[in-house]
Design a protein. Sequence first.
Length: 247
Amino acid sequence: MGSAAIICVAPAAAFQSSLSQHGSVLCQRFSSTRQQALAPLYNFNEKALMTHIESQAATAADTWSIEATPFMEPDLANKVEEQFQDRGDITAFRVVGGRRLTLEPSNDKVGPGQGRRSRFVLMHPDLGLDLATAESEYCTVLRVENVNVGSSNSFPNALASIGIDLDNVGDIVVEDSSTVYLVVDPNGAKQCMRLLSKELMGAGISLEVCEDNEFMPDGVIQDMKLSRILERQMERKKLEQGYVQFG
C-alpha cells in the first residue's frame, strides 16, 4: 500500500498471526508517549471532539508518536473514519477490543462477534505498527465473574464511581447473569481490578485480564449512560477540581 493511510475494521483473521518483533519494539519505544496520550479525557461536543482528534493526528504525524482517541459510539466513529479516509500522512486503526469486528457503517444493531464502541489509534504511516498490536496495546478486556448483574449498580455507574471516565471505556458485554466483559483503556485496568468489585453485588466477585488470544463472547451490550444523580455529581466534582470541558 506504500504510504497510503489505512482505515481498518478489525477482521478476525488479522489477529491469527503472532505479533512481529518489529511491532513489539515499537510499542516499547513509544510507551512513554502512550502514557501521555491516554490521560483522562473529558466530555466533548462533536465539533470539539473532531478538532481534538485532528490535533492528535497532527501531533502523531509530526512527532512520530502514537495517539489514541476516546472510545465513541458508531455514528461518531464513522465520521472520524471518513475524516481520515485517503490520508497519506496518518494511519488510523479503528479498534474495539476482544478480537471483534466493528459495526458496518449502515448497521445500528450489534450482531455476534461485533463491537459497538471503538477508538482510533493514530500514528505516522512509516512507524509500521500492525493492527493486532494496536488492538492489544490500546484495549484491555476484563472479565468479571460471580457478579449479581441484576442487583448490582450498572457498570457505567460503577466505573464512574471509582474514577474511570467513560471516554476511556469501550463495550460492556453481559454474557449471563453473573459474567460480564468490559473493554477499558489499559491505563485504567489496574484501577478496575483493585476497586470495581467494591461497587458491585455478588459473592466472591473476581476480575481478570483476558489474554490477547481470547475472543470476547456474545452478549447484551450495556448502554453507556450514567444515572442522572451520578451524572450531576460527576459534573459538580469536575467543576470543583477545575476540569476544562472542550467546546
